[in-house]
Design a protein around this ligand. Structure first.
Ligand SMILES: Nc1ncnc2c1ncn2[C@@H]1O[C@H](COP(=O)(O)OP(=O)(O)O)[C@@H](O)[C@H]1O
Ligand SMILES: [Mg+2]
Length: 333
């Protein structure tokens, strides 16, 4: 691992209790990626593919959701956090890494003014006094471009729209100067125009602060604007990864090509549109097919091969046995 790697996730496997409560079922398996300092990486895939489980594992919050990490490592800034003392992880949440979620209103406490909530966070993590913390709260509301920050700092969450609540959440997380920001579907609950503004804000923040970004989304169109690296997840594992231009222009996994084909208004590079909709649904943990986990939804699947052999990711950018022999349609971004 080189010095410029901020986050290194290796062979991460996460399990949850199964329906009987007696056994465990894998939700994420063998996930490996690393994020360099200042980089923006996307984690994409349909709902249920394991993106949030992966993100929470990076934050050290798997136990809090009833799960456990059964294999693999999470290393942050050269420090391996898995297998160690939970205190180290707790110490890093805030000043090291912070996370924002799809529903910002649920992460804010309706009973306190937003400024108090930001101030509380910086007092705890950065040891600022009351006056400094309040000044920091106003400064952060300005940073996330909330108009009239000096007044709005005293308002309660209900006085903020969905987009403004998400800005407050971003302010709260960024107030501690984290090196890593994890944004889990931060715009999914918002209107399209508001979504665009939040993406612009994240882009500005990255430029101003140099924060590294792990951006989680089911929407590849959104990812294209923000991220240099893309990790595509399917059924708890990485299906494909690469730079944004590799993944968008020259996808190597039929699943990725299917996601790309579903982007409205994308300029497709060839006329072959047979993948526009991916038939079927994502298999649940415990129900992953033998062989390639995508084979039963894949128009390139080959009997006797794709339904028997689980492809490795190491040999190629994509976890697809047929990747070397098929040509998939990319999109122009
Ligand atoms: N706390 C939990 N307990 C049991 N199963 C969970 C839990 N959290 C997530 N899962 C399961 O793990 C799988 C991946 O979930 P998740 O990471 O939330 O998907 P997404 O890619 O949509 O973020 C889903 O099938 C989900 O039901
Ligand atoms: Mg999720």
């Amino acid at each position: 691992m080189t010095d410029d790697v901020l986050l290194d996730v290796r062979d991460l496997t996460v399990e949850f209790p199964d329906d009987t409560g007696r056994g465990w079922v894998r939700a994420v398996e063998g996930v490996t990626f690393s994020l360099r300092r200042g980089e923006a990486m996307a984690l994409v895939g349909e709902s249920g593919s394991g993106k949030t489980v992966t993100s929470l594992a990076v934050m050290g919050l798997t136990g809090a959701t009833g799960g456990r990490i059964t294999a693999g490592t999470v290393t942050f800034d050269g420090e391996e956090l898995t297998g160690g003392d939970a205190k180290r992880w707790r110490r890093l949440r805030g000043p090291g890494m912070g996370m924002i979620f799809q529903q910002p209103s649920r992460s804010l406490n309706p009973a306190y003014p937003v400024g108090d909530q930001i101030a509380e966070s910086v007092r705890r993590h950065l040891g600022l006094n009351r006056r400094q913390a309040r000044a920091r709260a106003v400064e952060m509301l300005e940073l996330v471009q909330i108009p009239r920050a000096a007044q709005r700092v005293d308002e309660y969450p209900h006085a903020f729209s969905g987009g403004m609540c998400q800005r407050v959440m971003i302010a709260m997380v960024m107030a501690c100067n984290p090196r890593l920001l994890i944004a889990d579907e931060p715009t999914t609950a918002l209107d399209v125009t508001v979504q665009e503004r939040i993406l612009e804000l994240l882009r500005d923040l990255r430029e101003q602060t140099g924060v590294s970004l792990l951006f989680v989304s089911h929407d590849l169109a959104v990812v294209a604007e923000l991220c240099q690296e893309v990790v595509v997840m399917y059924a708890g594992e990485i299906a494909e990864r690469g730079t944004a231009s590799e993944v968008f222009y020259r996808p190597r996994h039929p699943y990725t090509a299917g996601l790309l084909a579903a982007i409205p208004n994308a300029r497709h590079r060839t006329a072959d549109r047979r993948l526009v909709a991916i038939p079927g649904g994502i298999p649940a943990p415990g129900g992953w097919p033998v062989g390639c986990r995508f084979h039963d939804r894949c128009s390139f699947s080959e009997a006797g091969r794709c339904d028997t052999t689980h492809p490795l990711l190491d040999v190629d950018r994509a976890r697809c046995l047929r990747a070397p022999e098929i040509r998939l349609e990319g999109v122009v971004i």
